[in-house]
Design a protein around this ligand. Structure first.
Ligand SMILES: Nc1nc2c(c(=O)[nH]1)N[C@H]1C(S)=C(S)[C@@H](COP(=O)(O)OP(=O)(O)OC[C@H]3O[C@@H](n4cnc5c(=O)[nH]c(N)nc54)[C@H](O)[C@@H]3O)O[C@H]1N2
Ligand SMILES: Nc1nc2c(c(=O)[nH]1)N[C@H]1C(S)=C(S)[C@@H](COP(=O)(O)OP(=O)(O)OC[C@H]3O[C@@H](n4cnc5c(=O)[nH]c(N)nc54)[C@H](O)[C@@H]3O)O[C@H]1N2
Ligand SMILES: [Mo]
Length: 788
């Protein structure tokens, strides 16, 4: 039975629940011994990098430098369950299409390369050589502009670099990448403001800041190791100001499993000193309100000859556009800011007071900022606020986008980019003696559009679950039978693999936890975290199957078979010794990766240069820019008075993107259920619904396409009226492809206009079903034992 546990919702995050959950997930995957050994070496020098999120590792790691959700990710990869050729012999893809995300991945690790047989509608074993040869034969005659090479952010720097080399040799810049659905907003908008697309802080800055702002990010679930830092900050008395429509437990209170008193009392440490439940998409107004209050305080101080509030010296020497921005927010009426943010003036002024009292401020943001139609504008308002008091480019202060996948930032750094810059292409040409294609390629949205226009012949993916994670996924997946070729490099079966092209291959790879031995030598790979630290990662577990190849070996195999003669590249040498790939990365990016192999040998690795951190501004004005757009509030269908709800699609505590570990969401009190909708009490009432009612969502995209998903149960939640929330990816069919950030094409997954209607008993429910009871000992599940 699905339930919401109110007693659990109010307990702090972390605590015994987190420790219990680690053991449960290890046990369910039958990995107790393997997994525990693995956990001890995670995020340590000489060990492997956690395959979950992109939170950085400290220089002096704790014994248990992992979190509950990192442990789940390791258990999931180190499972003893296997998706063998026999499994595939027993199931047609027609049948597997009806399985849930959870059930497909639960089959376990892929063990053999597999080829689709249309006559039997099954995947059947194939040798690696046959697979490489056949895929190459398919790819070679194609127009390279009709080939898409997708990357998910778990791929190592070495794998990603070879992959983009392969693509460019093939003749395409079509590199749709999971970051196009994630922090692309930041990658596009942040350079306009400060000249770099990455965060400017490191872990030391977090130890020195004296106020923290958190916008649209749920660290308790998605980067739980950050909670340790927030916990310590809060204990030091550092105010933490959160802007988030949902009351997220990890941002309210946290019981640190390493703190005996907190564990015994179950009380935990209060995290956010102030918690502002902004409307979905209301951050632009909220932040401009905070800026307005800061500027007003400055104006007032100036009039009475008091101490300056703004960092006037910094603004004069380092920025552009401050006066225009100040005039704009001075003139903006409070009523409008209140209306669009959902906050009251006093809230924005109180947040401003914290900001002004602090000498060193760090601002973090996540998907609650980036996944909006005006996501880039919202992000730039955060920077404006930071610039007002010189909070970028000095110790204890800075901009801190929290990336998602563990190496999504590194993949971009080494060339996974659909719009490559000329200096990089020139270097590639020089190093490999060929001519890279110059025409811009496709990002995720453009790739989807090309698929819908029948302009794609082949789709190759390096990890991920493209046809499940993209917006409008049902519509797009329906087109895969028209693709001539799909080839998936993956660890576990998922929905994309059953949404196959006319020819399709599963190419099973080693996971990051596994020992990668080439010619008898254990190889390491490298990754870059959210704070631009590059370090190595060495797997130690026995591979899930002797047939597995590393991602690097698979990409090299494909490249050699497909484009082997197009450049003088010794692909076999790269596979035999990954340090040679790093030497080549260094040759292509000498400024960033100088002495790459030597520098990853030092504990903790090295930091990539970041000009904004040094107060060098690589922008057209040569300065940090105050940016804003007028009229953003006027024309919008996001307006709060509209007749629909804004649906926020987000993650539960027991999922990693499309990987669903279980149906529980402990911190939101949800047990054994994923099709729920979190709603404000007032909206439930005004729509004539009751708690527990079953509803259907209808998207209001305005393009004439009927998008619905149904069978969601109403749960009352602390969320502003006009907004509701439900889990991704179950809600992805509601997201119109065109509903996206205007500049970066990042899907606006945090403000999907929907209508919610009650269903009657007997109404058909959309095919998506909840994870069934089988497979895990849910009846004895200790995860919801309330804290002491
Ligand atoms: N365990 C686990 N870890 C993960 C992942 C996972 O799925 N599971 N995914 C990884 C990936 S790829 C990513 S990108 C990150 C994602 O990590 P997050 O950025 O935390 O992503 P979400 O869970 O989508 O939720 C974002 C938060 O934004 C809030 N929000 C929604 N709309 C708004 C808004 O308009 N304004 C504001 N201020 N807040 C809003 C939501 O309430 C939610 O708390 O996590 C990474 N780490
Ligand atoms: N509605 C909505 N949609 C969203 C989002 C949202 O918040 N709302 N978030 C977006 C975001 S931020 C992101 S990043 C994307 C995520 O999109 P993706 O990155 O494409 O999806 P994942 O679910 O992370 O991919 C899981 C699959 O990766 C494979 N895998 C796991 N480990 C490895 C490995 O080591 N190597 C290889 N080769 N394969 C591996 C497994 O087969 C697994 O099934 O989704 C986006 N979509
Ligand atoms: Mo992401």
């Amino acid at each position: 039975m699905a339930t919401q546990r109110k007693d659990v919702v109010n307990a702090p995050a972390g605590g015994w629940g987190a420790l219990n959950a680690v053991e449960t997930h290890l046990a369910r995957q039958e990995t107790l011994i393997r997994g525990n050994r693995a956990l001890l070496s995670m995020n340590k020098p000489g060990g492997f990098d956690c395959p979950s999120c992109a939170w950085p590792d400290p220089r002096e790691p704790h014994t248990f430098e992992y979190c509950e959700n990192g442990a789940k990710a390791v258990a999931w990869e180190a499972t003893r369950k296997r998706a063998t050729p026999q499994f595939f012999a027993e199931h047609t893809l027609e049948e597997l299409k009806t399985w849930t995300d959870h059930d497909l991945e639960s089959v376990g690790r892929l063990t053999h390369p597999m080829r689709y047989n249309a006559a039997t509608d099954k995947y059947e074993p194939v040798t690696w050589d046959e697979a490489f040869g056949e895929i190459a034969a398919q790819l070679r005659p194609l127009d390279p502009r009709r080939v898409e090479l997708y990357t998910s952010g778990r791929a190592s720097n070495e794998a990603a670099f070879l992959y983009q080399t392969f693509g460019r040799l093939l003749g395409t810049n079509n590199f749709p990448d999971c970051s196009n659905m994630c922090h692309e907003t930041t990658t596009v908008a942040l350079p306009e403001s400060i000249g770099v697309g990455k965060g400017t802080v490191d872990l030391e800055d977090l130890e020195h800041c004296d106020a923290m702002l958190i916008f649209g990010q749920n660290p308790g679930t998605n980067s739980p190791r950050m909670l340790g830092y927030l916990h310590d900050m809060a204990k030091r008395g550092v105010p933490i100001v959160t802007f988030n429509p949902l009351k997220e437990r990890g941002l309210v209170a946290f019981a640190n499993p390493q703190n005996a008193v907190e564990m015994l009392t179950g009380w935990g440490q209060k995290i956010s000193s102030q918690y502002y439940q902004v409307r979905a998409g209301g951050d632009i107004a909220a932040i401009q309100g905070v800026c307005k209050a800061v500027i007003a305080a400055h104006d007032e101080a100036r009039n009475r000859g008091g101490k300056q509030v703004l960092d006037v010296d910094f603004i004069e020497r380092h920025t552009h556009g401050c006066e225009a921005f100040a005039t704009y927010v001075r003139e903006m009426p409070w009523e409008r800011l209140e209306h669009y943010s959902g906050l009251c003036r006093a809230d924005m002024e109180a947040a401003a007071a914290v900001y002004m009292n602090a000498e060193r401020v760090v601002a973090c943001w996540g998907m609650g900022i980036t996944q909006h139609k005006h996501g880039g504008d919202a992000m730039q308002q955060i920077v404006n606020l930071m610039l007002l008091r010189g909070n970028i480019g000095r110790k204890g202060a800075g901009a801190c986008p929290i990336r998602g996948h563990s190496n999504v930032q590194g993949d971009r750094t080494v060339g996974i980019y659909q719009k490559p810059k000329e200096p990089f292409l020139k270097k590639m040409d020089e190093v490999f003696s060929f001519t890279s294609p110059r025409a811009p390629g496709h990002d995720v949205a453009e790739c989807c559009e090309a698929i819908l226009r029948d302009e794609v012949d082949a789709f190759v993916s390096l990890g991920g679950n493209f046809f499940r994670a993209v917006p409008d996924n049902d519509r797009i997946a329906a087109y895969t039978p028209r693709l001539r070729l799909t080839a998936y490099i993956a660890t576990k079966p998922n929905r994309s693999h059953v949404a196959h092209g006319q020819r399709s291959y599963l190419l099973p790879c080693l996971g990051r936890t596994e020992r990668d031995e080439q010619n008898g030598v254990v190889q390491s790979i490298t990754v870059e975290d959210s704070f631009s630290m590059v370090h190595d990662s060495t797997g130690l577990l026995a591979p899930a199957s002797p047939e597995l190849k590393s991602e690097i070996a698979i990409i090299a195999g494909l490249a050699k078979a497909t484009v082997g003669e197009r450049a003088k590249i010794d692909w076999d040498a790269y596979v035999a010794d990954y340090s040679l790939i790093r030497d080549t990365i260094e040759a292509v990016f000498p400024d960033q990766f100088s002495q790459y192999n030597r520098r990853i040998a030092q504990p903790g690795g090295f930091r990539l240069p970041n000009a904004a951190r040094e107060r060098k501004w690589n922008t057209p004005t040569g300065r940090a820019n105050f940016l804003f757009k007028e009229g953003l509030f006027d024309s919008d269908d996001d307006a709060p008075e509209s007749d629909h709800l804004q649906l926020i699609t987000l993650r539960s505590h027991d999922q990693f993107n499309t990987t669903i570990y279980s149906n529980n969401d402990r911190y939101r009190g949800i047990r054994n259920e994923r099709k729920v909708v979190f709603m404000n009490r007032r909206d439930i009432k005004s729509l004539g619904l009751d708690e527990g009612a079953t509803i259907e969502f209808t998207a209001m995209a305005g393009d004439g396409i009927d998008r619905r998903v149904s069978g969601f149960r109403v749960v009352t939640f602390d969320i502003p009226p006009g907004c509701c929330a439900a889990y991704y990816p179950e809600t992805n069919p509601l997201l119109a492809l065109s509903h996206r950030d205007q500049r970066s094409n990042t899907p606006a997954a945090k403000s999907v206009p929907v209508r919610v209607t009650a269903m009657q008993p007997g109404d058909p429910v959309s095919a998506e079903t909840d994870v069934p009871e089988h497979g895990c000992n849910r009846s004895k599940d200790p995860q919801t034992v309330p804290l002491a």
